[in-house]
Design a binder for this molecule. Structure first.
Ligand code: AMP
Ligand code: MG
Length: 362
């Protein structure tokens, strides 16, 4: 399949430029588009055949449901039944924005979209191109992240091309997704609203509106099955084996890890704070990125760094853990998954294996 590519010009009318993409969506095709979180792989969310094309393009397991994207809050009334007061409060407070709500589905939502569940995930993105595309298509757009299943999510159109060129009908280039990690998913059907995936809307922000909020134990405990089917897969993963070093002494242990890896002849990708990166030896064997100055900056660039390590063909990656406050909860969730749960704990002068495996060169 020849994939169309639309590079949008901000100075011209967005709707005119999106007309062809919207027509393809109406015809049941798959088109990738930008949102404020990551790029989505979109198709008509009320058309089961179109939804199946998303699963095929992504090579996504059929038990992993899709999120429906809408352009106005009223559309929720068509997709959901028995909406809880908490769901309404969250829509009022955080939509449009990086928050997905799990609600009881109405009969118009195909089971292919929900992977057979009685609930459906719905989000109203805060992005002018996503909004215009949904409106022009005249339907909710089912859209998971526009990467091949298991790989880091794309935050720019060229990253979508790496995974989807020749596989889908079109890609809309709308620049960089500035939040950079996927939406927060909150189950509003449980008695106490529960975070199934941390994201751009933080636990602290949700608590300020709702009072009590739970976190799905499956996110925190290795041997507990997560409630969002997608969270059980290794995800967001670069090609090289990745290790996450957590704890207050992580910085000193990153240097130790890098020394051991390079001595063993490995090319290593490093993601750490600026001070740690500046202390690393300047060598062609070390590809180092500093976090940046804020959590928001790290979230925005995280997937791009992981994809860049793939392009540099590093043999191994080491990342320094961050505090789990605010956006840090989402960042740590993605980094732990990218590391396939290879987690090391740094203590003064030593590195302990917490989960997963330890590299042979240590
Ligand atoms: P993605 O679209 O790639 O951001 O992934 C969507 C995430 O939402 C996956 O982790 C899904 O398992 C989760 N999800 C979608 N629908 C539901 C649902 N009805 N109940 C629980 N999780 C869901
Ligand atoms: Mg995804």
């Amino acid at each position: 399949m020849k994939t169309k590519f639309w590079h949008l010009n901000k100075n011209e009318d967005i709707r005119t430029q999106l007309a062809e993409a919207a027509k393809l969506i109406r015809e049941g095709e798959v088109v990738a588009f930008p949102t404020e979180t990551v790029y989505g792989l979109g198709a008509n969310g009320l058309d089961s055949k179109a939804a199946k094309k998303i699963f095929a393009a992504k090579e996504r397991p059929a038990d992993n449901p899709l999120i429906l994207h809408i352009a106005d809050k009223a559309a929720m009334g068509l997709l959901a039944v028995d909406l809880s007061p908490n769901a309404v409060r969250l829509m009022d407070e955080f939509w449009p924005g990086p928050l997905t709500l799990i609600v009881n589905k109405s009969i118009i939502v195909p089971i292919e979209v929900t992977a057979g569940l009685d609930t459906v995930a719905v989000r109203m993105p805060d992005h002018p191109i996503a909004k215009a595309l949904i409106e022009l298509s005249g339907c909710p757009i089912a859209a998971p992240s526009a990467n091949k299943s298991g790989k880091p999510s794309p935050t720019k159109a060229t990253a979508v091309q790496e995974d989807m060129d020749g596989v889908i009908a079109g890609i809309i280039d709308g620049g960089i997704s500035d939040i950079g990690v996927e939406s927060t998913i909150v189950d509003t059907t449980s008695l106490v609203p529960t975070i199934l995936r941390p994201g751009g809307v933080t636990l602290e922000m949700l608590e300020a509106v709702l009072g009590a909020v739970e976190i799905d134990p499956g996110l925190l405990l290795v041997n507990q099955k997560p409630k969002a089917p997608g969270m059980k897969y290794r995800h967001y993963a670069p090609k090289a084996e990745m290790y996450l070093i957590e704890g207050v002494f992580a910085a000193e242990q990153i240097s130790f890890f890098v020394n051991r890896a390079t001595k063993a002849g490995k090319k290593i990708g490093v993601l750490a704070d600026a001070a740690t990166v500046s202390l690393l030896a300047n060598s062609s064997q070390v590809v180092a990125h500093s976090w940046g100055n804020t959590q928001a900056e790290l979230a925005e660039k995280l997937y791009d760094y992981l994809r860049c390590f793939d392009q540099e063909e590093v043999d191994v990656i080491v990342a320094q853990g961050v505090s789990e406050e605010a956006l840090g909860l989402a960042i740590m969730n993605r980094m732990r998954k990218a590391a396939g749960n290879n987690i090391l704990k740094a203590e003064r002068g030593k590195l302990l294996l917490q989960r997963g495996t330890i590299p042979s060169f240590l």
